[in-house]
Design a protein around this ligand. Structure first.
Ligand code: ZN
Ligand code: ZN
Length: 356
């Protein structure tokens, strides 16, 4: 396990009044141990760190997890838990409430009856917010692939091509250029579909005059990228230009306000006010952005309520949008890294309206 991370987390576990913590969220397992599989349980307890996994993942565990973490291969993880000596656990055991299924948490209660089980939330995620240089490097490489793919697929955006065909071309190129997989289901939303922020690509064919939202990202060394551009097939009309400029102004405002020490809600409010003052408040229907890392959506969340303060090294998206039912939508999304006096751009693709 990454030693300094292990120690800081151990302190945090102790401060929270826990003797041990069971970690089962794959992104947290990867962050702490390097394990790249989907299933396993890391127990950080009084006597050290132990990783439990099934035969399906044991080879992957041995090849990725560092030596000071003991790896236990078992077909019955909960049965194995029940056989461990009491000193392995201590008395109070935390678990990641959002990453155990109902049946797993029932089994845990069954096999650890004499223990006090405490549901925890976000203990590892808090550490993950500030990125180390190697993490930033992976995010940047993922974004470089995303930009190369975006530039390369522009000639495919033509009258008569359907959303799914463009999405398939994007995914193919991501993998071809070195992405491990798409970071999320690629969004290609055209014409009236573009007013639905998270719609899956359909068989709708592009028509001249369409607004087309493309939201895409890939994974490199486990780390995600995330970018949205809204293009117009043909010449943009006055309203399309106006809404695009408005969304861009909102994003520029967010850029201006981002710096270490500022709360996430303050950034969201500033960006939202630009859209509200133009009379489109009810058409900006999601939060401003989110952290990006081993997960596509992670802390900090740039919402109207988040009191989290930005810190140097956090990687966040700024993605205001305006969605008008039956007409269409515009979203522009870039990634930045927070610095002490502002932010450093990660996304390089131009943000001006692209008429194809
Ligand atoms: Zn995003
Ligand atoms: Zn996105």
């Amino acid at each position: 396990m990454n030693q300094s991370r292990g120690e800081t987390l151990r302190e945090r576990i102790h401060e929270s009044g826990l003797d041990s913590l069971i970690i089962s969220k794959p992104a947290n397992l990867r962050y702490l141990t390097g394990f790249t599989g989907d299933y396993g349980f890391l127990v950080i307890g009084p006597s050290g760190s132990t990783f439990f996994t099934s035969p399906l993942y044991v080879e992957q565990a041995h090849s990725t997890i560092s030596h000071e973490v003991k790896v236990i291969n078992t077909t019955g993880i909960f049965k194995t838990f029940s056989r461990l000596h009491s000193s392995f656990w201590g008395i109070t055991i935390g678990y990641e409430a959002e990453f155990l299924t109902c049946s797993e948490s029932a089994k845990l209660k069954e096999v650890l009856t004499a223990k006090k089980l405490i549901a925890t939330k976000g203990m590892v995620e808090e550490f993950r917010m500030v990125k180390q240089p190697y993490e930033l490097d992976a995010i940047q490489r993922a974004q470089q692939i995303t930009e190369k793919v975006f530039d390369g697929v522009i000639p495919f955006i033509r009258d008569g091509v359907c959303e799914r065909d463009l999405a398939a071309e994007i995914v193919y190129r991501m993998l071809h250029y070195g992405g491990e997989r798409p970071a999320f289901d690629t969004i290609v939303a055209s014409g009236p579909n573009s007013s639905l922020p998270h719609i899956h690509p359909t068989k709708r064919k592009f028509k001249m005059g369409d607004l087309i939202i493309i939201d895409m990202g890939t994974i490199v060394d486990g780390y995600a990228s995330d970018m949205t551009r809204t293009v117009v097939l043909g010449k943009a009309n006055q309203k399309q230009k106006k809404i695009h400029t408005l969304v861009l102004d909102s994003q520029k405002k967010a850029f201006d306000k981002v710096k270490s020490g500022v709360t996430c809600s303050f950034i969201d409010k500033n960006a939202r006010n630009v859209i509200a003052h133009a009379g489109y408040k009810k058409h900006f229907i999601h939060s401003l952005g989110h952290g990006v890392g081993l997960e596509i959506h992670e802390l900090p969340l740039l919402t109207a309520k988040s009191k989290t303060k930005l810190r140097e090294g956090m990687v966040i998206t700024l993605e205001p949008g305006v969605y008008i039912p039956q007409w269409g939508g515009v979203r522009i999304e870039d990634m930045v890294m927070v610095t002490n006096d502002g932010c450093q751009r990660i996304t390089q693709t131009p943000r001006t309206i692209l008429e194809i």
